[in-house]
Ligand binder design. Structure first.
Ligand SMILES: C[S@@+](CC[C@H](N)C(=O)[O-])C[C@H]1O[C@@H](n2cnc3c(N)ncnc32)[C@H](O)[C@@H]1O
Length: 283
């Protein structure tokens, strides 16, 4: 069932998009998001494993998926990619296909987080230089199809930037997938509230040794205030499927004749965490 959208889209400012945002604050929230992607509290598995199923289904099954290289275009601290890669490659192996590769890129590369990830998987690499998702280049090896994935980041783009992101995907790749968990809906606003409050626990997990982080979470609550601003602003920036596809339909020079667009949503994290997805695949 499609969630009820409460109010028109707004593009308010997120702290993490500002050049003055300290990198430690950005990294703090990206680690928490990566943790959210891995959290499994239902028989359907974590949001990351559910995202893998959606991706496989959208691409047309394991045989078709095995032809792709997957580019995580706004990777943050890695988001779902480590789990997406291991789940995807296990499923491909079960069907007799070779493993596929994943590449992490971002406008603000988090090299220290990515180094830890690539050490654990020979099928994940990263690009160390900043790549702006509104001006990307094709990264898949010759002979491999490219699928660009946008995890919890498409709402960062204003309509002009979002149009460029989608046009570039249509013109220079073979598939794209957008996953979002923030939206102008009641379940997303409630899930975001849980994520904001979870900072009081995740800080202990990730930074229990750091008086700096403990001080700025529990005594001077800069970290929770940052989570609240960016979390709720992210919700106001969510797009419906119609609003997303209109960004393509409004560009007459973008040829969609070979493309199939689809979308959907499902509860990926109980009780409120809806995963919204928007897929484009070259037929
Ligand atoms: C909310 S974080 C999501 C991180 C990760 N994908 C996840 O799911 O946990 C949004 C990410 O988008 C990146 N980003 C924002 N604007 C970008 C742009 N123009 N090009 C590339 N990355 C961008 C940010 O640096 C940040 O890492």
């Amino acid at each position: 069932m499609t969630s009820w959208v409460l109010f028109p889209r707004l593009h308010l400012a997120e702290v993490e998009d500002q050049t003055w945002c300290p990198s430690w604050l950005r990294e703090h929230s990206h680690l928490a998001l990566a943790r959210m992607w891995r959290t499994s509290n239902s028989k359907n598995g974590s949001p990351a494993t559910q995202a893998c199923d959606i991706l496989l289904r959208s691409l047309g099954g394991p045989a078709k998926a095995s032809q792709f290289t997957f580019i995580d275009a706004c990777a943050g601290a890695g988001g779902p990619t480590p789990l997406l890669e291991s789940t995807m490659n296990k499923k491909l192996a079960a069907h007799g296909f070779k493993p596929v590769d994943f590449v992490l890129t971002d406008l603000w590369p988090d090299i220290s987080a990515w180094e830890k990830i690539v050490k654990k998987s020979e099928h994940i690499t990263y690009v160390k230089d900043p790549i702006d998702a509104t001006k990307p280049q094709r990264l898949a090896k010759p002979g491999s199809k490219e699928c660009r994935i946008f995890n919890l980041c498409f709402h960062h783009f204003k309509d002009d930037g979002a149009k460029k992101v989608l046009a570039s995907a249509i013109q220079s790749t073979d598939a794209f997938m957008i996953f979002e968990m923030t939206h102008r809906t009641i379940p997303s606003l409630l899930n975001t509230t849980i994520v904001i409050l979870s900072v009081f626990i995740t800080t202990l997990y990730d930074y229990y040794w750091s008086p700096f982080h403990i001080l700025l979470t529990y005594l001077i609550p800069i970290v929770p205030i940052f989570y609240a601003i960016d979390g709720y602003v992210s919700c106001t920036r969510g797009r419906t499927a119609c609003e997303t596809w209109d960004l393509l339909y409004s560009q007459p020079d973008v040829d969609l004749s070979e493309w199939e667009l689809s979308s959907g949503e499902q509860t990926a994290l109980l009780p409120f965490g809806r995963l919204y997805w928007y897929a484009g695949v070259r037929k």
